[in-house]
Design a protein around this ligand. Structure first.
Ligand SMILES: Cc1cc2nc3c(=O)[nH]c(=O)nc-3n(C[C@H](O)[C@H](O)[C@H](O)COP(=O)(O)O)c2cc1C
Length: 198
């Protein structure tokens, strides 16, 4: 059996120590992400996943929004400092993919196919998983590390306003990505990976 995909899947891990020195350009990364999402399977080929890819000051702005928003949620200054450390690590990455679901398309399908109406939102989530795995693995194939975060729905309104997100889009995940600051050999050690987690 061919195991090329399995080998790539082994390279895809949650990597939190990320930097900005990449050989790829933002355009090349955006192109890869777009192709991955387009090719990821969705129910009825509905292609309900959308992505906004943030670089440079927009990427930094996102993590500043998260830091500011969490200030009122975290119980103590000590806990907030820990949260801030985590968020600063995401901010130190090269960029972030915001994953959205186009709810207008989901609702249209619910209307058009009442027999399956109860399934369409769940199917859009499954489509998200397919897309996120494809992007994450493709980035890994190119030596780019990434991790997956979920500050939605806390940040939804602020992010919508900051990046002019269409009304019908629902934020599902944030994937920051960047230069690997650990070697592949180190990455394959579970102990080290867990030590890097927050
Ligand atoms: C649906 C989903 C939600 C996740 N949410 C988070 C998250 O909010 N924060 C985080 O650091 N990792 C998150 N992860 C990453 C998982 O914790 C991680 O993939 C898992 O522990 C396996 O580790 P690996 O990615 O290194 O293989 C999520 C993964 C999935 C598939």
């Amino acid at each position: 059996m061919k195991e090329q995909l399995l080998e790539l899947s082994k390279q895809r891990r949650s990597i939190y120590a990320l930097g900005r020195h990449l050989t790829q350009t933002p355009d090349e990364i955006a192109d890869l992400v777009k192709k991955d999402i387009k090719l990821a399977p969705t129910a009825f080929n509905s292609q309900t996943t959308r992505a906004v890819i943030l670089f440079n000051d927009k990427h930094e702005q996102l993590w500043d929004i998260v830091a500011k928003r969490l200030k009122s949620e975290v119980p103590s200054e000590e806990a907030y400092q820990k949260t801030l450390q985590k968020i600063n690590a995401f901010k130190a990455a090269f960029g972030t993919v915001l994953y959205y679901t186009d709810m207008d398309t989901v609702h249209q399908l619910e209307n058009d196919f009442p027999l399956y109406a109860d399934n369409f939102y769940d199917w859009s989530e499954q489509g998200q998983g397919n897309a996120q795995f494809a992007v994450w693995t493709s980035l890994a194939e190119n030596g780019i590390g990434a991790n997956l975060q979920h500050y939605n729905p806390l940040i939804d309104d602020l992010v919508k306003e900051a990046f002019e997100i269409p009304d019908g889009w629902r934020l599902r995940a944030q994937m920051d990505f960047g230069q690997l600051k650990v070697t592949l050999a180190t990455k394959n050690s579970w102990t080290t990976i867990f030590a890097l987690k927050f």
